[in-house]
Design a protein around this ligand. Structure first.
Ligand SMILES: [Zn+2]
Length: 55
């Protein structure tokens, strides 16, 4: 439901270890202008890994 011509705050999160793209999230474009990093559970690594935003 992104507004036309607006920023697209939906980003994909990829595991930093295996590069599995297993999460999508909505980031606050104003508070997080840079790429965001989150600790998420990776099903491939079978544990929590640092996930980074990918485009
Ligand atoms: Zn992983």
């Amino acid at each position: 439901m992104a507004k036309r011509g607006d920023v697209r705050p939906v980003v994909t999160m990829a595991c930093g270890d295996c590069r599995e793209r297993n999460y999508t999230t909505v980031k606050n474009q104003r508070s997080d202008p840079q790429r965001i990093e989150l600790s998420k559970y990776c099903s491939r690594c079978r544990g929590h890994r640092l996930h980074r935003e990918v485009r």
